[in-house]
Design a binder for this molecule. Structure first.
Ligand SMILES: C[S@@+](CC[C@H](N)C(=O)[O-])C[C@H]1O[C@@H](n2cnc3c(N)ncnc32)[C@H](O)[C@@H]1O
Length: 183
């Protein structure tokens, strides 16, 4: 309940930054983390908000010490640091990840509202993710619309492939999960 109130307060004060009507459901969190586990190694999350996806990532078996979060909202960062002991939380934009995280990450999980962002920022955030990802690393992103967060030209320009890996009806609103890889 306290988390929902925190989310709603931030949604009212920073609607463009939050860009969602509710935190993700546990069903979406599970779908986002479905290919993750202790074997994934280091994992980075973009835009964790109150930490719904963070919880799913940890429940999938990723060790807290192997998880790094990038969140731009200071109130969410205070909450995340108190809630998730052992997890590294940066008060910073996702696009700065290559300056703060060594290369070789196994997965980047993103709860960012990419479709509400200008095209150039969207592309630079996904490019930043692939700068830190290992050659076989994955970028997992949900959207509320039918299409992935990047269009076909951007996916091709970045040298990526994209697959829809889940449709989650039990989320407000229903969401699709896309997994991006190199090649
Ligand atoms: C739609 S909310 C998602 C929250 C959470 N991941 C969830 O699924 O419930 C988007 C979050 O991304 C954060 N955010 C927006 N732009 C960001 C950026 N460039 N870098 C990091 N976080 C950002 C917002 O502050 C907000 O917490």
């Amino acid at each position: 309940m306290a988390e929902t109130l925190l989310f709603l307060r931030q949604l009212i004060s920073r609607p463009l930054q939050v860009s969602a009507i509710a935190p993700s459901s546990r069903f979406l969190a599970r779908a986002m983390a479905r290919d993750l586990g202790p074997q994934t190694g280091r994992v980075v999350e973009f835009g964790p908000g109150t930490g719904r996806l963070t919880q799913g990532i940890l429940q999938a078996g990723v060790a807290p010490e192997n998880l790094t979060l990038f969140e731009m909202n200071a109130e969410f960062v205070t909450h995340l640091r108190a809630r998730f002991a052992g997890v590294t939380v940066h008060l910073a934009g996702a696009q700065t990840a290559p300056q703060l995280v060594p290369k070789g990450v196994g997965a980047v999980v993103s709860g960012l509202p990419l479709l509400s962002m200008p095209m150039a920022l969207r592309q630079s955030i996904v490019a930043a993710a692939f700068e830190i990802l290992a050659p076989d690393g994955i970028y997992v992103q949900f959207t509320y619309g039918p299409r992935p967060a990047l269009d076909d030209d951007q996916i091709r320009d970045l040298g990526l492939s994209c697959t829809q890996t889940a449709y989650v009806a039990l989320n407000l609103p229903p969401a699709r999960v896309h997994t991006f890889r190199r090649g």
